[in-house]
Design a protein. Structure first.
Length: 151
């Protein structure tokens, strides 16, 4: 049996604000977590890449058989991390945009003063710079390293 989706009492502007604000906060936390995972993974991979690329003692390599393979493999893993984490970051930003739009279309003039659901346009843009720009930046760096890696 399907639950009744109709309510007898309409949602007040304050209730709608709270519901949408809670969902925006949830999406923001998800984006923050994804960026943290992303930066942690990239730092780990950059460290591994630096160790392998500088693994020389004098004129000879510490790992003579595999550095070229590893120097190709690490950027591929890093590129995969970008491909896996960037779309969910974009999805979170889009979800927050949709929530702000939903609120704006349903509440033209709130009964009481409430702050913006997610902030003003300028702070939203500045707040999304890192999630939007870091993954493509890392992607470019890793593509350059992959192309320039010894084959």
């Amino acid at each position: 049996m399907m639950p009744d989706t109709k309510r007898d009492d309409p949602i007040s502007p304050r209730e709608l604000y709270k519901i949408i604000r809670d969902q925006v906060e949830h999406e923001d936390v998800l984006i923050s977590n994804r960026i943290s995972w992303f930066v942690t993974a990239q730092a780990f991979l950059f460290s591994a890449y630096a160790i392998v690329s500088g693994a020389q003692i004098g004129d000879r390599l510490m790992f003579p058989a595999q550095p070229a393979l590893v120097l190709q493999f690490i950027p591929l893993v890093a590129i995969f991390v970008v491909i896996v984490i960037y779309p969910p970051i974009l999805a979170g930003i889009l979800a927050m945009h949709n929530l702000r739009t939903l609120y704006a279309t349903h509440i033209k003039e709130p009964e009481v003063f409430l702050p913006p659901v997610q902030g003003m346009k300028g702070t939203i843009i500045l707040g999304h710079l890192a999630p939007l720009l870091l993954p493509p930046l890392f992607l470019i760096v890793w593509l350059v390293l992959f192309v320039r890696a010894p084959h």
